[in-house]
Design a protein around this ligand. Structure first.
Ligand code: ZN
Length: 302
């Protein structure tokens, strides 16, 4: 039997940054920290993060000079007194190559690297990725179509035509382990890796409470009705712009009626099944996901 241990906290959470939001409108402070050789820069290329030897390549001093004049940039906060900025280099020319910023460093998908990254670095990189994603996709005002210009150290976009202010957005998604006695409901979506079963999830819709979103998504995808819903924890999920809100939900019914547009399969698994998943020939979600944490915490609770 494979031992499974719950982990705390969720990957990408627990950032060490002081966001220092009260300094964002202090133009003198931002200009001075941008120029400071002590400041750290988190470079991104089309959402990919810069890695060197399995660690985040945060640039400082002369190595950060290419970052200082970048158009898409934001002040993330202070890390042990040093200012940290995020920079996106890959926002314009689709044919351009990524810049060579540091010897031995290369741009990579954060999700492929998170397993080897210190938790603090993973959180800062996730923060940078989420904010830069918003910046690169809100160049124009959704009200009048005018061009937007950054303000507040990159945290606000102001329409140059109608002056509307636009703020970073995060899309809430509920993710839930549905349980009934010693059984938990997991699904396999066509987009998942082969043989991987995971918790159900979906976006919260306008005018809906989180509890209602949990019940609706579970019923839509599997036909199972849920009753009590208990909050577990949350996880920033910048792939590209979500916050995952994790729940354990108690099922009132067992019969599964699949929504084949969403899921290829859904099954009830016992705790023993989940602990022995490798021998039984299926996979659980990635270790950096809140889905895995919802499963592991349920396993150790029974
Ligand atoms: Zn406008």
């Amino acid at each position: 039997m494979t031992p499974i241990c719950a982990r705390h906290p969720n990957a990408y959470a627990a950032s060490p940054l002081d966001r220092a939001a009260n300094r964002r409108d202090d133009a003198g402070f931002i200009a001075a920290t941008l120029a400071s050789p002590e400041s750290l820069f988190v470079p991104l290329w089309r959402g990919h993060i810069l890695l060197r030897a399995g660690r985040a390549a945060l640039l400082a001093g002369r190595a950060a000079d290419p970052c200082r004049g970048a158009e898409v940039m934001a002040f993330l906060g202070l890390w042990e007194g040093r200012a940290v900025f995020a920079v996106e280099f890959g926002d314009r020319d689709p044919d351009a190559s990524p810049p060579a910023l540091a010897e031995g460093a290369e741009f990579a998908d954060l999700r492929t690297a998170v397993g080897s990254l210190p938790a603090a670095e993973a959180a800062i990189l996730a923060h940078a990725r989420a904010l830069m994603h918003w910046r690169t996709r809100h160049r124009f005002c959704p009200i009048c179509g005018g061009a937007c210009a950054p303000a507040s150290a990159g945290h606000v976009l102001v329409c140059t035509r109608c002056q509307a202010q636009h703020f970073p957005r995060t899309d809430p998604a509920v993710i839930m382990l549905v349980v009934r006695g010693d059984q938990a409901l997991l699904g396999h979506a066509p987009r998942f890796p082969a043989e991987m079963y995971s918790t159900l999830a979906g976006f919260v819709e306008p005018g809906e409470s989180l509890e209602e979103a949990v019940a609706r998504e579970v019923f839509e995808e599997t036909g199972v009705r849920v009753g009590a819903v208990h909050y577990h924890s949350s996880q920033p999920w910048p792939f590209p712009a979500s916050i995952m809100l994790g729940f354990h939900a108690k099922a009132l019914t067992e019969e599964i009626v699949l929504d084949h547009d969403e899921l290829a399969d859904a099954r009830w698994f016992s705790r023993a099944d989940l602990r022995d998943h490798k021998m039984l020939g299926f996979r659980l979600p990635r270790g950096d996901s809140i889905a895995r944490r919802l499963i592991e915490d349920w396993l150790v609770s029974g």
